[in-house]
Ligand binder design. Structure first.
Ligand code: C6P
Length: 413
């Protein structure tokens, strides 16, 4: 692989791309540290949406007229762009979905219902997001299959010895989160793919928290399925993608029926359209699909390797500052080995109260279970506070976070 440019980001210049960052809350400058939930949107992505509605709003694959042709081409090419962004072969391997969750459910219903049965096992991890955990849990109930969970170590890494024992010839699917949205752990997904394939199992990787922050190559990873969301990577809400190896998607039956996913329909039966349209029933989210591709361009123009390093540096700095205090518990791996987020708890203050106090200082973080309730059970807490960073965040914003937390510590001491 060519050496990638890792010169530091020009954050001030980047911030100018995001109009929302100028917002003030009660006269104070917004400090937005909830990027793992939803990232902010640069002007050119906003423009891509409004250009579509102003200039070529029309349904795709249905009209011969000029606007429909323009919309169809832009929407189709958006699939190619998103495919290229994650190292897929082409549009055949990229199904646009509403988000990561819908991508999971697509595989759960379209693949799982047909392929799983009693005696089969789905291996997940204790750090799965509900999007994968609940999907496989419910598909397992419907099919008689069983879910097993790879445990985490005390430091928040996957226990790979346990993984090697849990993945067996009974395993039909390994479903693993690439980057944990709660621990910040980066999981060894290629190694897990090798173990899964040694047992003739497929592997689904949840890339919701990796694709926005680091270069991803699904072919090098050798995963069979991969999912991610536009709204966490400078794109719009309501759009995401499911990657699947072409031969697997080819063999899979669709589970959502209607217009555009068919080639030929009679009163008796129907034939399916070619990939990826076979899995995109009904009028799709055209504007956001096109803007999703614009977000890929935006991130590539800045450079994923640089974005990655910036997020890691901010997380390490936040980790170091927070762990200076004895009354703060930080979850997950050490500061120098985590993705760009930090989840923690104050001994004296519930995460929700802390988040509410931070809001008084215009500091936006997330508090709650982050859709990882079983993981929080393992951590021994019902909720945590989480600060998550992106390309436009600064060290000064981490300082603002820490100062606001200190105010809360004094208040509840
Ligand atoms: N996590 C968070 O604040 P959707 O909602 O479908 O776009 O993404 C679901 C999802 C799946 N996997 C991981 C690892 C995730 O982090 C998320 C979304 C947000 O952490 C909202 S719960």
């Amino acid at each position: 692989m060519a050496t990638q440019d890792v010169t530091p980001l020009d954050v001030e210049r980047i911030r100018a791309d995001f109009p929302i960052l100028e917002r003030e809350i009660d006269g104070q400058q917004l400090v937005y540290l909830d990027n793992a939930a939803t990232s902010q949107t640069p002007e050119r992505v906003i423009d891509a949406i409004s250009d579509y509605y102003r200039e070529y709003n029309a349904n795709v694959h249905r009209g011969i007229h000029q606007l429909s042709q323009e919309a169809s081409i832009a929407y189709e090419e958006a699939h190619d762009r998103v495919a290229e962004f994650v190292g897929a072969d082409g549009r055949e391997e990229i199904v646009f979905t509403g988000n990561t969750t819908e991508a999971m459910n697509t595989v759960g219903y379209a693949w799982g219902l047909n392929e799983l049965g009693p005696g089969d096992e789905v291996v997940l991890t204790e750090m799965e997001h509900h999007a994968s955990l609940v999907t496989w849990q419910q598909i397992a109930k419907l099919t008689g299959a069983e879910c097993k969970y790879i445990p985490i170590t005390d430091e928040g890494y996957l226990d790979m010895e346990a993984a090697a024992e849990l993945i067996t010839d009974d395993t039909e699917m390994v479903s693993v989160v690439h980057v944990s949205n709660t621990l910040g752990t980066v999981n060894p997904v290629s190694e897990l793919a090798d173990i899964a394939h040694d047992h003739d199992s497929l592997i689904f990787v949840d890339g919701a928290q990796s694709v926005p922050h680091q270069p991803v190559d699904v072919e090098a990873m050798d995963c069979d399925f991969f999912a991610f969301s536009g709204h966490k990577m400078c794109g719009p809400t309501g759009i995401g993608a499911l990657y699947g190896k072409e031969h697997i998607l080819e063999e899979m039956e669709p589970y959502s029926y209607g217009g555009d996913m068919i080639l030929k329909v009679t009163f008796e039966d129907s034939q399916w359209n070619e990939l990826p349209w076979k899995f995109e029933a009904g009028t799709p989210n055209i504007a956001d699909g096109i803007a999703f591709a614009e977000a890929c361009d935006y991130l590539d123009d800045i450079g994923l390797e640089r974005i990655h390093r910036h997020g890691q540096q901010l997380a390490e700095y936040a980790y170091d500052r927070l762990t200076e205090w004895d009354d703060v518990e930080v979850y997950g791996p050490p500061g120098d080995d985590r993705a760009g987020l930090v989840a923690f708890n104050l001994e004296t203050t519930h995460a929700h109260d802390l988040s509410s106090i931070l809001n008084d200082y215009a500091v936006a973080i997330r508090a709650g279970d982050h859709c990882t309730q079983p993981l929080h059970d393992v951590l021994g807490t019902a909720a945590s506070a989480r600060a998550s960073f992106y390309l436009y965040n600064t060290r000064e914003e981490v300082d603002a976070l820490v100062e606001a937390i200190d105010e809360a510590r004094q208040l509840f001491a």
